[in-house]
Design a protein around this ligand. Structure first.
Ligand code: NQM
Length: 317
């Protein structure tokens, strides 16, 4: 532990010790073979701390390795992305200071998705908007958060809708049946993290993924991130050791969504990949997953450029 407040790879500062067994992000990623189109957006990534500067939330369920804005932007440049969408993670609770700091440092090249409580004020929302926040995240993954009552979430939606913001939802596939009606009633755009976390050992044409596809079909305001093959994959192969055709068991699921809803899909690295237990992917090789799920230049441009720009930079900056 250091008291300098400076993030060093593998270290969590400010008196915080990482969760035992924590896997740090991959240092020195490969240069992707896939050339990202101009203006490509990494539409799902996080900043963590540094803990010495931006303390982790008391109510957190895990303590990550620090992952600073400077380290995120270095990865952006190495991989060939133009912009980022930085998503507030539960280890920072509803304290969006690290996120806002990263957005301000990005010089307009990052937008944010924040976590707020029901008592958030119009002034606080205006400040977040000025920093570049364009959405709020509701997390329903039980290992990450205690459940927030839906009336409290409805109150938040009523406050953010006038700003033109959207809601990002994170849930497990097994919980969609219970949450389906609540989600369908949200009037803003809705972005589902990681395709609703399908169990990829099940049939892509089966009832579980079928329900998710029906959810998207019935609700034209619903978008999804075709992200996190490294989190969803059961059989790999892993994006490591030069493997540019990784996580083949996830490909049919992501490809199906891209084919059915090409103008409502987003892609992101999920750097620094919190809570992975099995391995940490090489982000350069993860980028090489993209052409396997978006198989033509047109689909790749929609996924990486047109769609995220429409949602996060609609004013065309
Ligand atoms: O990076 C992700 O999307 C996934 C996470 C962490 C997370 O979302 C959070 O803490 O808010 C996970 O599955 O542990």
């Amino acid at each position: 532990m250091t008291s300098s407040g400076t993030a060093t790879h593998g270290v969590t500062t400010g008196g915080f010790d990482k969760t035992p067994g924590w896997l740090d992000w991959y240092d020195g990623p490969a240069t992707p073979a896939f050339r990202l189109p101009a203006g490509a957006v990494d539409a799902h990534c996080h900043v963590f701390g540094p803990g010495g500067e931006f303390p982790y939330a008391p109510e957190r369920k895990y303590t990550p390795c620090d992952a600073s804005a400077a380290q995120l932007f270095a990865l952006r440049d190495h991989l060939g992305f133009d912009r980022n969408v930085i998503v507030q993670a539960t280890c920072h609770g509803a304290d969006n200071s690290a996120l806002v700091d990263a957005l301000r440092r990005s010089e307009g090249r990052a937008r944010g998705v924040a976590t707020v409580r029901r008592d958030v004020t119009a002034e606080q929302l205006a400040e977040l908007h000025a920093a570049g926040v364009r959405g709020v995240r509701f997390n329903f993954v039980k290992r990450l958060v205690d459940r927030v009552p839906t009336d409290s979430l409805e109150e938040i939606v009523a406050k953010i809708a006038p700003l033109g913001w959207h809601v990002v939802i994170y849930f497990e596939a097994e919980d969609l049946p219970e949450l389906y009606d609540f989600f369908s009633a949200i009037p803003t755009d809705l972005v589902v993290d990681h395709m609703g976390r399908p169990d990829v050992t099940k049939d892509v044409d089966g009832p579980e993924f079928g329900l998710f596809l029906r959810f998207m079909r019935e609700n034209p305001n619903v978008w999804t991130k075709v992200t996190c093959p490294e989190r969803l994959s059961v059989t790999g192969p892993r994006a490591l050791d030069g493997e540019r055709d990784a996580y083949t068991d996830v490909v049919p699921f992501a490809r199906r969504v891209v084919e059915l809803f090409p103008d409502r899909v987003l892609w992101g690295t999920d750097w620094p990949h919190p809570n992975l237990k099995d391995h940490m992917p090489d982000d350069g090789l993860l980028v090489d997953h993209i052409p396997h799920i978006a198989t033509t230049p047109e689909r790749q441009r929609q996924l990486l450029v047109d769609n995220p720009h429409r949602l996060y930079w609609p004013e065309g900056e």
